[in-house]
Ligand binder design. Structure first.
Ligand SMILES: *[C@@H]1O[C@H](CO)[C@@H](O)[C@H](O)[C@H]1NC(C)=O
Ligand SMILES: *[C@@H]1O[C@H](CO)[C@@H](O)[C@H](O)[C@H]1NC(C)=O
Ligand SMILES: *[C@@H]1O[C@H](CO)[C@@H](O)[C@H](O)[C@H]1NC(C)=O
Ligand SMILES: *[C@@H]1O[C@H](CO)[C@@H](O)[C@H](O)[C@H]1NC(C)=O
Ligand SMILES: *[C@@H]1O[C@H](CO)[C@@H](O)[C@H](O)[C@H]1NC(C)=O
Ligand SMILES: *[C@@H]1O[C@H](CO)[C@@H](O)[C@H](O)[C@H]1NC(C)=O
Length: 497
């Protein structure tokens, strides 16, 4: 069984959903909101994927457009990162829902589109030495975008490998090894080789602003290399670069922790380093069967919880919409406090990530049958319950019940903020204003919808497969810069039968 505690798959069924035909009547309770908004979110994603997506005419088959918005801002492109995060959601939904064939067609078209995109020469470089795989975005007709941009961005190949491995493992579990080897492995192998070769070079962060080393990128790369080793093995293949580089990537990851918070970027002038980047990292590397390891920044780890507090607190006093809220109350959350892009506002996906990390942690504690409050995590817990003390609390204790209840209430609070600022038709743009919560910036942002689905799935106890975090949590005693040079082979996707 891949998933446990599955409460409902109702949200997986897009049948009753069409924002344009049936106006969405918002239900007052949080549960009702989550249920109706989940359907809107899934449809919102599908509307933004070519060639049939109703909001993105002109996009090729399997191309995930970031938003239908073509001006202020123009997001009518496909980003490797956003697309991979979105497909990971659809793949997990497909697997959990046991085979909605229309979703599977979309997944397979996405994979075909990636096979076409990988070899395209672009301003980040060419395919022959892999450098072109670091290109962040392409035109929606599967051609290179040649305008100036913050490039390369090295998280994309790692995130794409993670998405494709999830679908590949599903096919393997139904005995389709030959198909996986021919249609999926060649794309994944290129991406893994890219990560193993280039992880130790600088690039732009996920917000496309800071050139340096980004926590999110390194965390996503570590995960991809680790699961790449097992995926290769299950196909009778190898990934030597994965094996040689993964421990060093983990080693480097440690250097982003300053003792009390994750400093999300190296080489960022004039920023605190507090950034939702780090919370997005914790949910990206969430492993449902991992213990609360600090080295991999698992959602329930002391480090990740103290960092959650630091990041959330950095937004408390700067947004007018947060006035009147006390420490321990959920608030509106943005990307990083110094942000000025489009006004520097709260983002829907930031609030949803803040909730999701806590749902992940709740899942991990339940799985472990216990919760530990350490010196590191104590300040996080004391915000929620001033009587919280360092200790180990078995799931049968009353303290465990009251602490986990407080964490669940806090997590739900971040979704309630989203509910408060979601228009009645359920559309999720990129941001909502810091002064009064009016939706702003790109409309119907694919990533906003994807983050809604992952947060609501985790809240319902629907989790992805393990990626092997607990077998890959040992940090080498000495970090060293390194690289494994790989080869790159033009992929092609044939029949799925
Ligand atoms: C898009 O529409 C065409 C024509 O109706 C159909 O054959 C195809 O399967 C659709 N694609 C997806 C991903 O649903
Ligand atoms: C692809 O899209 C780009 C950007 O819109 C456009 O400039 C180019 O002409 C298109 N190429 C093809 C082959 O349609
Ligand atoms: C870590 O960084 C945060 C955010 O910039 C800062 O508030 C904190 O003082 C730093 N902690 C240490 C131990 O330097
Ligand atoms: C909690 O349990 C762990 C593992 O049994 C132990 O190492 C640790 O010292 C305990 N912590 C406290 C605060 O009792
Ligand atoms: C949803 O409502 C918002 C705000 O009223 C509006 O801007 C947007 O166009 C609507 N979206 C759809 C799909 O009707
Ligand atoms: C490369 O790795 C070394 C060892 O972890 C680290 O000190 C260095 O900052 C890294 N450089 C980049 C650009 O990743």
């Amino acid at each position: 069984m891949f998933f446990s505690d599955i409460l409902t798959f109702a949200l997986l069924v897009p049948a009753a959903v069409s924002t344009s035909i049936h106006p969405h009547r918002r239900q007052s309770g949080l549960d009702g909101f989550i249920q109706s908004e989940s359907s809107i979110a899934l449809q919102g994603i599908l509307n933004n994927i070519g060639a049939n997506g109703s909001a993105v005419p002109g996009a090729s088959a399997g191309v995930v457009v970031a938003s239908p918005s073509k001006s202020n801002p123009n997001y009518f492109y496909t980003w490797t990162r956003d697309a991979a995060l979105t497909l990971k959601v659809l793949i997990d939904q497909f697997i959990a829902g046991d085979g909605d064939s229309s979703l599977e067609t979309t997944i397979q078209q996405y994979i075909s589109a990636q096979a076409k995109l990988q070899p395209i020469s672009n301003p980040s470089g060419d395919f022959s030495d892999g450098s072109g795989l670091g290109e962040p975005k392409f035109n929606v007709n599967v051609t290179a975008f040649t305008g100036s941009w913050g490039r390369p961005q090295r998280d994309g190949p790692a995130l794409r490998a993670t998405a494709l491995i999830a679908y590949g493992n599903h096919l393997l579990s139904s005995g389709k090894k030959t198909t996986v080897k021919s249609n999926i492995w060649p794309i994944v192998q290129n991406d893994l080789n890219y990560v193993a070769q280039y992880w130790n070079q600088t690039g732009f962060d996920l917000w496309e602003e800071v050139q340096g080393s980004s926590f999110f990128t390194i965390a996503a790369q570590h995960r991809a290399l680790v699961e790449g080793i097992a995926f290769a093995k299950s196909l009778g293949e190898t990934c030597d670069g994965c094996t040689s580089q993964a421990p060093q990537v983990l080693c480097f990851l440690q250097s982003f922790w300053n003792g009390t918070a994750v400093i999300s970027n190296f080489a960022d002038a004039g920023r605190s380093g507090l950034d939702i980047n780090s919370i997005l990292s914790s949910i990206q590397i969430f492993d449902p069967i991992a213990t609360c390891d600090d080295s991999t920044f698992q959602p329930c780890s002391g480090r990740a919880l103290l960092n959650h507090k630091a990041v959330v607190d950095s937004f408390r006093s700067i947004y007018k919409v947060n006035s009147g809220k006390s420490s321990g109350d959920a608030v509106a959350v943005g990307r990083y406090p110094e942000d000025t892009y489009q006004g520097g506002n709260p983002w829907y996906l930031s609030n949803l990530a803040a909730a999701e990390q806590l749902y992940d942690a709740l899942y991990q504690w339940k799985k472990q049958g216990a919760l530990t409050i350490t010196q590191t995590s104590l300040p996080f817990f004391q915000d929620l319950d001033s009587t919280a003390r360092i200790g180990n609390y078995s799931s049968s204790s009353t303290a465990y019940s009251s602490i986990t209840k407080a964490v669940k209430t806090y997590a739900d609070g971040f979704i309630s903020v989203v509910q408060q600022y979601t228009p009645s038709n359920g559309s999720l743009s990129e941001q909502f204003t810091r002064d009064d919560g009016t939706p702003i910036s790109a409309r119907d942002l694919t990533w906003s919808y994807a983050s809604f689905l992952t947060a609501s799935d985790r809240r319902n106890g629907i989790v992805p497969l393990s990626w092997g975090a607990s077998q890959a949590n040992q940090v080498p005693t000495k970090c060293q810069g390194s690289s494994a040079t790989g080869s790159y082979t033009t992929p092609s996707v044939g029949s799925w039968q």
